[in-house]
Design a protein around this ligand. Sequence first.
Ligand code: DP6
Length: 328
Amino acid sequence: MKATAQAHSNIAFIKYWGKKEGFDSLKLPANGSISMNLSNLVTETTVEFSERYSVDKLDFNGTENNDNIRSKVSEHLDRVRKKAGVTTKAKVVSRNNFPHSSGLSSSASGFAALTVAAVSALELQLNEKELSLLARQGSGSACRSIPTGFVEWVAGRSHDSSYAYSIFPPDHWDLIDVVVVIDAQAKELSSTEGMSRAFKSPFYKERLKNIQEKIHTCTEAIRKKDFEIFGELIESEALEMHSIAFTSHPPMIYWAPETLRLMLETQRWRKAGLPVYFTINTGHDIHLITTPDHEKKLVSLIHKSCTVKKIIMNHPSEGACITKNHLF
Ligand code: DP6
């Protein structure tokens, strides 16, 4: 009744921003999205179901006192327990090797790892699509951390049709994602909260009109490994998502001054000939995307231009899987 899983966080190139009206709790997105799993942003989670536990216990990154996270984990365990037809409580120990709640999508890797570990601990036989559907209900972006490599999440119209699948394996294109951790402080506004305000932006409907075409262009750019088309698209997509946030009500600004500085520097470096584009989720930390030949130069420029807490280098990586390294 004990199993351990690991899952990688993912970076969305075409963003999930907003849920279908009336489907908040199912986490059905208003639009599809495209992402890549990140090799060095990893969550490991061990789940043990046992009659010894009278309540669900959670140790999250060495602390047991996070009630908000504990109740979300418990709700997710309920979904898995329901599938298995049991009520047994569980102990969960989970570790991230990167800061959480600062825009690096720890809920994606977190709920993907939790789903795979809990399903395996209860000996349920689920296929990849079923795991993705389940992970999505914990946190939308988690459904994209189940399959391998480059991934599309189809928005769907119902619970059963909203899941992610792999469009290309990790070795299809060796993109480098340089994650720049500007500040490891947790952000003040969650993505869930931000998204619930998206409909209030006058530009939101316009975004949804064009998103299917963007998904198509992004997939084709990845297929052809066309870095320029890909880069232009993902940078403007990130700015579009944040423009929706700026113009929602109340407005939301997720960036820190250093975030903006790095965005401007990225555009300058590019003008000077370095192939690099940025993308960013909801937080101050930023992802700079380049190709392997330019990785060293980029890292040295980042260090010269601003004070950063940490730089995490990532390649495309595999999806969620079972491991043997139990955390307790
Ligand atoms: C900006 O998946 O964290 O990172 O489904 O409410 O848990 P919930 O939201 P979450 O939102 C991710 C938003 C994003 C864009 C993306 O990853 O596509």
